[in-house]
Design a binder for this molecule. Sequence first.
Ligand SMILES: Cc1cc2nc3c(=O)[nH]c(=O)nc-3n(C[C@H](O)[C@H](O)[C@H](O)COP(=O)(O)OP(=O)(O)OC[C@H]3O[C@@H](n4cnc5c(N)ncnc54)[C@H](O)[C@@H]3O)c2cc1C
Length: 258
Amino acid sequence: MNQVIRHELHARVGAVAEVIDLAPRMRRVVIELAAGSPPVPWVRLAVGDHVKLAFPDASGRLNLPAQPGVRPAPGEPRPVLRDYTVRAVPDAAHAVFDFVLHGDGPASTWASNATVGSPLGVLGPRGSRVMPGDRPRYLCLIDSTALPAAARWMEEAPADAVVEVAVEGPAETIAALPTRANGSLTRVEGTDGSGLVAYLTGHRPHPGDLVWAAGETSSMIAVRRAAAALGVSREDLDVHGYWKQGVANRDHHAPLED
Ligand SMILES: Cc1cc2nc3c(=O)[nH]c(=O)nc-3n(C[C@H](O)[C@H](O)[C@H](O)COP(=O)(O)OP(=O)(O)OC[C@H]3O[C@@H](n4cnc5c(N)ncnc54)[C@H](O)[C@@H]3O)c2cc1C
């Protein structure tokens, strides 16, 4: 059972402090929070920690909920929100996010145009789910959107554990990961999860190894089915749909098959 640490919910305003191109279509944005904002929480091994980032609407106005977690009343402007992994929190005033520039949608468009000073909202996280630190091997099967989380696995998994990352995605979105003695990053071919399934089948997990997977929802369904067919137990499997082809702002709390 993973430990869950609850956090007080905050809606913060921030602005871009730095933009770094990690790959032709993977962009790091460092956000400086407005003075007096509560820091973004940072918990080791909570590799899936994410916030809702709020982007300016079509008129350029940044709408934040009056109270975090409360829906705006009818007629009030709706915040434009998307989920992003907390890649790093260098200090209490900053947080780091890595964006895939996929070319469509308010988040990707915002990140493509971000320059120092561009405003942004940072909501949450509600809680941190601390992953188990006692596994001999972590097999991370991902697309580019989960590279920030995979980078955290590389940095935060115990030193004696093996961390294998297989990533399926366009070459231009694939940024280098931090290295570690027992770590590897393999780019697999495919667009529908088939490359990840082939990797899983060829690098069969042993009982006790953790298979952690995140990426496009249909691909993740394929990964989950393949893992089940290989006999991976529910305790050894953690699969997340981070986005869905053709669907804007998919709710990742919805069951994968919805
Ligand atoms: C817990 C969690 C953590 C996440 N962490 C990250 C992260 O750190 N970095 C990151 O880049 N993404 C991350 N994502 C994925 C990101 O939230 C989605 O890709 C989101 O849909 C992007 O919003 P958008 O406004 O750009 O596009 P949307 O308005 O949501 O979608 C517009 C269109 O673009 C398509 N689309 C959305 N994302 C992609 C994509 N990656 N590639 C190709 N087409 C796409 C949609 O299918 C839709 O047709 C995370 C998602 C979750 C649930």
